[in-house]
Each structure stands twice: as C-alpha cells, then as structure tokens.
Design a protein around this ligand. Structure first.
Ligand code: NAD
Ligand code: DAU
Length: 359
C-alpha cells in the first residue's frame, strides 16, 4: 500500500532546480526519495553533499530513456510519485544542437510516462488515486509576449519559439494525453526563469557573475530589453512540493515571481551588488563591462506569468523579493568560487567558444 512514507522518484535531482527540490524536500518533509540523474554536464553531485549518508536518500546514476532501469526502480522502491525535472534546459544549446533536446525532453518523458503507466495500472484502486506524476515545465511553451500583453495563464495556447521550448511543449502535451487517454494522475507546472545558488554558469545570472568577477565582458544579447519574470529557486522548490501535495490530477499550474525585469536592469543590479560586495575589485564599476553582442535567433521578447491559480489553489506565493534573492545569490557565488571553477573547466570552455566567439 502506498502511504505518505512511500518514496518519491525524482528525475534530474542533481541539476540546478532538482538539487534545490531534493534539499528542500529533506528539510521540509524528510520522507524517502530516490534521485535518478544521468549526470550530464549540468548535473553535479556536489550540490547534494549535505545529504551524504542521509537515511532515506538514494542516488542512482542513469538515463530516463532506459526503460528497464526505470521499471526496476519503480518495482524496487514503489514510489508514491514521480517528480520529473530531468531535461536539457539551455535555449542557446538547443539552437546549436536540437537533437539531444528532442531525445531527452520528448522521448525521455515518453519513456517515463509509459513506465509510470505500467506501474500505476497494476496498483490497487486506492493506491492509483494517491499516485502522482508531477511534470516540471517552463513558461517558454507559451511563446513571447508584447509589452502590453496580459501575463501567461494556464489556458493560453502553446507557441514555442526555440527547439528547447518546442521540446518542452511536446513533453507537456504527452503528459496531457497520458492523463486524458489513460487517466494517469498527472500534474504539470509551468515556471518562469529561476535564479539562485548552484545554477550552471551558462545561464544569464551565473554567467554574468563569473565574468564580472574576472573582469571579462558581459555579453548582452541584442538591445538587452528582453523581459524575464525571475523567481528565486527556493521558491520554485517549495511550489513543486505543494503542487505534489495539493495539485489536482489533470491540472496545470503556472509558477512565477511576479517580477518582470529587463535583462539590462537585471545585469545592472548584479553589477551594483558586486561593486558593494567587492569594494577592492579592480573591475569596479562592474557595469562598464556590459557589452552588446549579436542577438539570440528567435529571441523571445517577454515572459510574464500570472500565478494567481497557484496562489488560490495551492496556497503558494514566492517569499523572496528580487533584492533579497539576488543578494543571497551573489553572496553564494562569491563564497563558492571553487564550485564555479570546478564546473567551468574543460567542456565549459568549448561551449563558451561555440556560443560567443562568432557574436
Ligand atoms: P539543469 O540543466 O540544471 O539540470 C537538468 C538535470 O537533468 C541535470 O542534473 C542532468 O544531469 C539531468 N538529465 C539530463 N538528461 C537526463 C537524462 N536523459 N536522464 C536523467 N537525467 C538527465 O536544469 P534546471 O534548470 O534545473 O531545470 C530543471 C527542469 O525545470 C527542466 O525540466 C526545465 O525545463 C525546467 N525549468 C527550468 C527553469 C529554469 O529557469 N532553469 C524554469 C522553468 C522550468
Ligand atoms: O523561462 C524559463 C526558462 O528560463 C527555462 O525554461 C530555461 O530552462 C532557462 O534556461 C531560462 O531560459 P532563458 O533563455 O530565458 O534563460 P537564459 O539565462 O539563457 O537567458 C535569460 C535572458 O538573458 C534571455 O533574454 C537571454 C539573455 N542572455 C542570456 C545569456 C546566456 C544574454 O543577454 N546574454 C547571455 O549571455
């Protein structure tokens, strides 16, 4: 019989959001959890060091596309839910090599859904009601907003513009179909841009921080007036926890920060924080390092989330303001330069060359 002590099976729990989710889970709930992660360039077991030796925590290195592995984990651990975060997540990489995005985000989600369906269909009826498949997705599925447009609601049509966004939209649709066709109790969350500690420095905030600390140019795509709705990653982890507990099967919840910022403004804020926290840096004022570079092809102009449904039905609202969240984030990167150095060696340099050399 499934109960509240039955484990979760988390995919992608060694990535940025996944590791925050796993750490938050043990801090807030502390029931068993199995973390299945392939450890691509974006997965990092250092993020989970606080859990070393922790009772109830199991790490499995493996691929969500490996059906035999997923089946055996379901048989062995009998989880009460699957929390699916594993994905290729960087838009610029999807422009350079979309194939891996389709393989992992679409085919990987399909494999997981089929394994979950097999497992779920064999359960007794009362367990079938309890089980959840929580699919973690993005606001990018909705496409791009114009300045005066209303923020994304759950009912909006999908208009993905990048290979990454299209692969996530496809995976959301598969999840929808597995609920409608087979009754699998799925919950989907579509979240805006996350920031915070332990984010891989290919994404805007950690990339800018790393480069500013070393006095290197800060690449601003196009005019820098693209708007993102930033959410502190700890708030996202909490939202996923409550979506798992209170989300209704078949429903989608938009998760966002109520925090729209133009990229230029975000980078200026980061630079000001570095000026304050590194008073002796020879690179002050850091804002002078900002450099306009060629825009991202198909660059979405604006994302904004209407998170009213999550507040009303899940009782969730973000806790951090942009100021408090950014301050924590900058502090963490300054205090964890060894983490950054470790992940920016080797293959990272090759990526920087691929993405930025020709801009
Ligand atoms: P990330 O790139 O930091 O981490 C992804 C993790 O998935 C890594 O640990 C990686 O090793 C693992 N992984 C990749 N392919 C795998 C496979 N085939 N099998 C098993 N594990 C695999 O990503 P993130 O930023 O933490 O995003 C997590 C999820 O949240 C993604 O589904 C993403 O689409 C979604 N999301 C991200 C954001 C954001 O701002 N970062 C916002 C909304 C939604
Ligand atoms: O909206 C949610 C999405 O947010 C997630 O689904 C994705 O996984 C996540 O990567 C993020 O996508 P973005 O493309 O918005 O994030 P990124 O950090 O790559 O870029 C943020 C903004 O900054 C975007 O407008 C592009 C711009 N940018 C980015 C980089 C890397 C720059 O101007 N310069 C850069 O060097």
């Amino acid at each position: 019989m499934l109960n509240q002590q039955s484990p979760l099976l988390v995919t992608g729990g060694a990535g940025f959001i996944g590791s925050h989710f796993v750490l938050d889970w043990f801090a807030a709930v502390d029931t068993p959890l199995v973390n299945l992660d392939k450890l691509t360039y974006a997965g990092n077991l250092r993020n989970l060091e606080p859990l070393a030796g922790r009772a109830g925590y199991t790490f499995v290195r493996g691929d969500i596309r490996d059906r035999a592995l997923v089946d055996s984990l379901l048989r062995q651990h009998r989880p009460r839910a699957i929390v699916h975060l594993a994905a290729e997540s960087h838009v610029d990489r999807s422009l350079v090599g979309p194939g891996e995005f389709l393989d992992t985000n679409v085919h990987g989600t399909f494999v997981l859904l089929e394994a979950a369906r097999g497992y779920w269909q064999e359960m007794p009826a009362e367990d079938r009601e309890q089980f959840r498949f929580l699919h973690v997705s993005t606001d990018e599925v909705y496409g791009s907003l114009k300045p005066g447009d209303a923020p994304f609601e759950e009912t909006f049509a999908f208009r993905p513009n990048s290979p990454y966004a299209a692969s996530k939209a496809a995976s959301d649709m598969l999840v929808r179909a597995w609920h409608k066709s087979y009754g699998l109790p799925t919950v989907v969350t579509n979240c805006s841009n996350n920031y915070g500690p332990m984010q891989f420095p290919e994404k805007l905030l950690p990339l800018v921080l790393d480069r500013a600390i070393h006095g290197q140019p800060l690449p601003i795509y196009g005019d820098g007036m693209q708007v993102r709705d930033w959410l502190y990653v700890g708030d996202h982890a909490a939202a996923l926890r409550v979506a798992l507990e209170r989300g209704k099967p078949g429903e989608t919840y938009n998760i966002g920060g109520w925090n729209e910022q133009a990229n230029l403004h975000t980078v200026t804020m980061l630079c000001a924080l570095l000026d304050e926290m590194l008073p002796d840096s020879p690179h002050r004022p850091h804002a002078r390092l900002m450099t306009s570079v060629a825009d991202r092809p198909g660059h979405d102009r604006r994302y904004a989330i209407n998170a009213t449904k999550a507040e009303r039905e899940l009782g969730w609202r973000p806790r951090e303001t942009f100021e408090t969240g950014l301050r924590k984030t900058v502090r963490w990167y300054l205090d964890n330069q060894d983490w950054v150095e470790e992940v920016t060696s080797g293959a990272y340099r090759q990526w920087m060359e691929t993405n930025y050399a020709g801009r």
